[in-house]
Structures are given as C-alpha cells and as structure tokens.
Design a protein around this ligand. Structure first.
Ligand code: COA
Length: 501
C-alpha cells in the first residue's frame, strides 16, 4: 500500500511532462506491438513497447522521471539487489570507446567461445563420459618429487585428479558450452542504438526483469533498460521455430573512466532458473566487461541475491577506492554493496580449465612433500600367511622416508592411522597383522582411552542400556543355555574394564 501511495505521489510529481510522455508511450505502444509481431525475435509481452518508442525518441533515462527510481527511504526489500543511477553523474556512452570493443559489436557466441576446445563442445551425451578439459595451462613440474622405492611407481597427475566429468560444476559447464555451440542458446550484448532488433530484445529483457523482480517499479526498470548509458548481456534461447526469445539477462552501466561497471538488474526466466544459466550469464558479462576495459563489477544486492552473487565471486569487501564509486552508485538502505574484481588472467568462460590448472599445480607441489603419487604393487594375500602391518611395503617405505631406516618404531606413522588411535582397531586382526604394543604411541593411546570412556559413559546412561550393563547371569535370568547360544558375549561392564586396562 505504501508503495502504491509513493508511486501515486511520484506520478503527481511528474506533472505535465509525465502526462505528455504517457501519451507518447500510448502511441508508441500500439506502433511497437505491430512491429513486434513482424520481428523474428519473439518477445514475451509487447505491452510496454511504449518504452522502446520513448527510448527511440531519445529519452536517455536521466531526465524528468528521475523520481521513478526508488527513493533511499523506500522499502529495502524492493531493491531486489539492484541499483539506481546517480542523478547528475553521467558519462556519455560514446566516451567509453567500447564501440571499438569486440563485444560491443555484438560478438557472436561462436566468436566468444573460440578459446574453448570444440572437442568439449561436441562431446557425446552421457553421464559417464570421461572427458578432459582443454586447454589447460600445464603447471611447472615438481622440482624434487619423492622418488618411488624399488618395485613402486609414480602415478600420473591426471590419474590422481580423476576424470573431469566427476565434478558437478564441470558437467554443468559442458552442458552450457554444448548448448552455445549448437546455437540453442546465445549471449548477446544489447544496447539502445535505436535499431529495431535491439529495441525488441531490450523489450524482452525488460519483461523478464519486471516479472522476476516484482518489487521493482516497472517504469524504473523500463527506464534503465532503455537508457543509452546502460547496456545488457542478453541470454537468448532458440525456440522450435528457430526464433530466439529472451530468456534472461544482465543490465549494467559501465563507468569507463573509473573502470567499473554497476549491475542494475540480473534475472533468468522463472522456468529456466537453477540450471546454470545464471552462472553462465555472469561469466559472459565478466568477459565482456574485461573487453571494454572494466576491472570491477559492483552491485547492490538484497538479502535474497547475496548468496547468488557470492557464488559468482562477489564479495562484501569493497577494494575499489571509494572516491571512484561513491556518488556514482545509488545506495539503498538494507542492501549490500558487493564487488567482484575481474582478473585479466582468468577466462571466466572456461573456469573448469582454470581450476584444473590450479589443482595440477597443487599436485606437483604435493609430490615434493607427500607420497600420494607413489603406487605400490600391493600384497598377494594368496601367497602370504598374514603380514605384520609394519611390513606392508608402502608403510615401510614411508616410515623409512619419514624417520630414517634405523628408527626402532617400525611400522609406526606419527599420530597416523597405525601410530596410535586406530591401533586398537587392529586388535581383531590375526596376530601376525597386529602392530606390537611397543609400537603404540602412548599419547595417542591415552587420548583414545579418554574418548572411549566418554562413549561408554554415554551408552551406559541411555534409557535402553540397562539390559546390557553387566554379563548375563543365566540362573538369575532363567536363560540357562545363554552361553551355549551366545558364543562371544559382551556387556558394557566388560567393555569398560578392557578400556581401563
Ligand atoms: N539464493 C541462494 N542461492 C542462489 C540463489 C538465491 N536466491 N539463486 C541462485 N542461487 C545459487 C544456485 O543454487 C546455484 O548454486 P550452485 O552453483 O551451488 O548449484 C548458483 O547460485 C547459480 O545458479 P544458476 O543456476 O547458475 O543461476 P540461475 O539460472 O538460477 O539464476 C538468478 C540466478 C538469481 C539470476 C535467478 O534465480 C533469478 O532470476 N532470480 C530472480 C531475480 C533476482 O533475484 N536477481 C538477482 C538480483 S538482481
């Protein structure tokens, strides 16, 4: 109700100028409706084509209806994670020199994806395809990797990392790349250059934003989307009839001089959300932003949008100098200003390759510090009649590597699996496989004993524990053949006495 009241006030404030524009919009609406029908690109709802006409007539979005932007005192929830332009501060779009940039020329998806291996894009469908991401920057090999002892060998880094396809984010990425290569979706930079095609795309975008951001005033969304100082990365989906419809987009305002962009609206059509398009859209927006010379993206996100932006690399920590953005970005109450630094070396359209390169570099470092890359041949249990743990080849080699060949604590890893806490778990092993008591780490033993005591105490205090508190007394219970049936009896008292020992 309050919002409607405000809207009415705003309408009143618009006065005659506003009324006049309404007439222009009404005329334009009819005209654009007819035009939209003729276009290849289908827009969801042509009802607001008026805005296109107004924008076409030169409305730059900063004039009389500035009041349409949500005021600072407005309900913060309404912000929807968005920002409004700062009145009086403007850089002409033409000054941005982005006209020279590749993306500003409405680069085709194919061009944008040239650096992604077509082998990935044309992968056959299938859950278990063990594809390899390409191209990956090969890391420097380990300088002094731990050497395998005789009989053992070194595993390849690729084998250590496993197939790329096991990662959900890679599967999603492959799906996106394939969709783009096949042309079933396209990303396109759209701005209000007056061309019919772009105006209709902007209209479609505006419709998506209005639907997905219901708390944003419609005139405000319309004004910014058609504003010539803003531009949008549009996500288009091909229909069965071969037409492209607007499925989502990101509207932002580049501040070329300060080298940052302010994201105003970002949305994906309801039925296509949580399928990875939002992430891909952000990746294209970032790559384009880099191309037009921006180093940062800023946005004001509401509570709902913060987690999404976090996943896209945005942080609440603002490192961009305040004087560069303050006064340019309209701050709302109750929203969080977030920043994403754009790294020149990161290809945001091929993050899996980037992550893989990092993992490979880590594995190379690990080879200098650990033994994970060394594979031992294994034990032929058919030929041995049990083997002491400390004599398992891998364990022996690691012990020698860590402690030196002559260390008396044979088979003991410091604080590790067989060094202490789990030594007790070997009690059930055949005698030959048990580590000797002398090899157990006393400190680890004590810690383990303390832990066990706690567990026993908890179990004893359980409401249903009473039948298990003491050994069964056949005469008392009448279960005279108990010990004939139960060959390995146990009870909590016996367990406790063993732990105490
Ligand atoms: N809260 C928490 N997490 C969210 C989220 C939200 N509101 N929206 C998306 N995510 C998460 C997804 O679960 C996913 O996580 P994952 O990578 O761990 O699986 C990740 O963000 C990206 O998901 P993705 O499928 O790529 O995004 P999408 O296609 O659903 O698009 C939005 C995300 C926000 C654009 C979309 O939900 C939308 O249009 N929302 C309405 C408009 C809006 O709120 N816009 C943001 C402010 S302008």
């Amino acid at each position: 109700e309050r919002e409607r009241e405000r809207e009415r006030e705003r309408q009143g404030a618009m006065g005659k100028a506003g009324q006049k524009r309404k007439h222009v919009e009404a005329d334009g609406e009819e005209r654009s409706r007819k035009e939209a029908k003729r276009e290849d690109v289908v827009v969801n709802d042509a009802a607001d084509a008026a805005a296109a006409a107004a924008a076409d007539a030169g409305t730059d979005g900063r004039d009389a209806d500035e009041g349409a932007a949500p005021a600072k005192a407005a309900n913060p929830a309404m912000a929807g994670g968005l920002t409004a332009p700062m009145s009086g501060v403007a850089l002409a779009h033409d000054e941005m020199k982005c006209g020279e940039s590749k993306a500003a020329r409405n680069v085709s998806t194919g061009e944008m994806l040239h650096h992604i291996d077509p082998a990935v894009a044309n992968l056959p469908d299938g859950e278990d395809v063990e594809y390899r991401i390409a191209p990956v920057v090969q890391p420097a090999p380990a300088q002094r990797p731990r050497k395998p002892p005789p009989g053992a060998w070194v595993q390849s880094t690729d084998d250590m990392l496993g197939p790329d396809s096991q990662h959900a984010y890679v599967q999603r990425w492959v799906r996106m790349v394939k969709e783009e290569y096949s042309g079933s979706v396209k990303f396109k930079v759209v701005r209000n250059d007056g061309s019919r095609e772009n105006l209709i795309l902007l209209l479609g975008l505006k419709n998506v934003f209005v639907k997905q951001l219901p708390n944003m005033p419609k005139p405000y969304v319309t004004r910014l989307v058609f504003d010539r100082k803003h531009e949008s990365m549009a996500l288009l989906k091909r229909t069965e009839r071969g037409e492209y419809i607007v499925m989502g987009g990101c509207c932002y305002r580049p501040f070329a001089e300060q080298r940052f962009g302010e994201i105003a609206f970002l949305a994906i059509s309801h039925n296509e959300q949580v399928r990875g398009y939002g992430t891909r859209l952000m990746a294209h927006t970032k790559e384009h932003a880099k191309e037009i010379g921006l180093d940062f993206l800023l946005t004001c996100a509401d509570n709902n949008a913060v987690p999404y932006f976090k996943k896209q690399g945005f942080s609440k920590r603002i490192t961009l100098a305040k004087e560069l953005w303050q006064g340019y970005i309209k701050d709302y109450e109750g929203v969080t200003l977030m920043e994403c630094k754009l790294h020149a070396k990161v290809n945001y359209l091929n993050i899996p390759a980037f992550i893989k390169a990092q993992k490979m570099a880590l594995v190379e470092r690990l080879k200098e510090m650990a033994h994970a890359h060394i594979v031992f041949p294994g034990i032929d249990v058919t030929k041995t009649n049990g083997i002491p743990v400390e004599n398992i080849p891998g364990i022996k080699a690691i012990r020698e590597d860590i402690r030196g060949k002559d260390d008396p604590a044979a088979g003991v890893l410091p604080g590790g699996l067989l060094g202490g806490e789990s030594a007790d778990s070997t009690a059930s092993l055949p005698r030959g496989l048990r580590p000797s008591l002398a090899n157990r780490d006393p400190a680890a033993q004590e810690a383990l004993q303390k832990h066990f005591k706690k567990v026993i105490e908890l179990v004893k205090n359980h409401a249903s524990a009473w039948p298990f508190g003491e050994p069964v007394d056949p005469s008392e219970t009448g279960a005279y053949d108990y010990y004939e049936v139960i060959k390995n009896p146990i009870d909590l008292k016996t367990i406790k006495s063993r732990v105490d020992m």
